[in-house]
Design a protein around this ligand. Structure first.
Ligand SMILES: [Zn+2]
Length: 158
């Protein structure tokens, strides 16, 4: 799946198998939210971000309206992953919205701003994926914070 935002000038390509996997993992936690980290790499010209993998948190708090991951034990998982995949790195986060649309809540926007401005995050503009789903359909929303403004990505093809 390829996504683009004309204003940002960075397109996103996410592996369809990974998307399917995230939806599957997320729905297993119904009716609670769930999520994790997104891993990938840039194209050589830095115009495309490829999202290829996920790392899941060891510990988290989740309810039907909230998902908070904890960092405990995550460093070890990242270290192991980076050793095996030296060309890949953290590119963002994902979480689900059960029985809801993939629209960021006020808490989500706060968290997105905190993560984007965090000194521990190596990339300038992490990607935030929200998976909204109900019994009938699943919708994806990809967001990025650029110069303190939130932008939504549009799907180019599927
Ligand atoms: Zn949310």
């Amino acid at each position: 799946m390829i996504l683009t935002n004309i204003e940002i000038g960075l397109s996103i390509e996410i592996d369809d198998k990974l998307v399917g996997n995230l939806i599957y993992i997320g729905k297993k936690h119904y009716p609670n939210e769930f999520g994790g980290f997104l891993i990938g790499n840039y194209s050589d010209d830095f115009k495309k971000l490829n999202i290829t993998d996920t790392i899941l948190p060891n510990r988290y708090k989740s309810t039907p309206f909230l998902f908070e991951r904890e960092n405990i034990g995550v460093d070890e998982q990242f270290e192991k992953f980076y050793k095996e995949n030296p060309q890949k790195f953290y590119v963002g986060e994902w979480h689900t919205h059960p029985n809801n649309l993939p629209i960021p809540s006020n808490m989500d926007i706060k968290a997105m701003n905190n993560i984007t401005n965090s000194k521990e995050v190596a990339i300038q503009n992490p990607i935030f994926l929200i998976i909204g789903y109900n019994k009938i359909k699943t919708e994806l929303g990809f967001y990025i914070i650029f110069k303190n403004k939130i932008y939504k990505y549009e799907t180019v093809n599927k």
